[in-house]
Design a protein around this ligand. Sequence first.
Ligand code: RET
Length: 227
Amino acid sequence: MSTHVTAAYALAVLGFVVGVALAARLATVDDVDVDRGKFAYLLIIPGFAGLSYVLMALNVGVITVGSETIVLPRYVDWLVTTPLLVGYVGYVAGAPRRWIAGVMAADAAMIVTGGVATVTTGPTKWAFFAVSGTFHLSLFYVLYRVFPGYAQAFAKRRGLFKLLQNHVGLLWLAYPLVWVVGAPGLGYVSAAGISLVVAYLDVVAKVPYVYFVWNRRYAFDRDAAEA
Ligand code: RET
């Protein structure tokens, strides 16, 4: 692995440390009357990513399947943390448990089938890409068609909801695009180049997300639960 990539991964680890510190502060801050456990979940997001980036910086877990390569810590990180990122948007919207569980399951299915697309070749690869992409589209449906209906009832949370909805909705579009131009897809961009872009995307997907919740934590004040 090139030293540039190692350096970028180390920088990403620093970014996630900031995210963990912010999430830890959020879980212990007492200037807002909330169910603190709901904030504590956010610690897992930068925490798990930080650990996977440590492994990636050490070049641990790069698996070759036939002619294809997959960075396992990245996919395990995505499998654990992306359902949390998208599920939490539903929690902010005040959506019922079954929709939150459903969107988290669809997200996990997107990552698993995307992982299969990464390690297979030929038509199988593109079939799994299409399946993963369909799960990705189902996330948009829930984010933009289902959750807003619930968010209406929580006046103070609506601002945070919209912010997280668009952060997830827009930024995540970059992932399948990067996959297509990179080594797992058409191979137009070098593996090192893709690694840099994905490290950047991962930090931006997670650390500002925690910051947004931190910044708008008053939205969760108990009396905010009223319309
Ligand atoms: C893959 C390839 C197959 C098609 C699709 C993909 C989508 C991946 C996404 C990943 C999001 C990751 C995040 C990480 C944060 O650290 C698996 C690349 C649709 C949306 C937000």
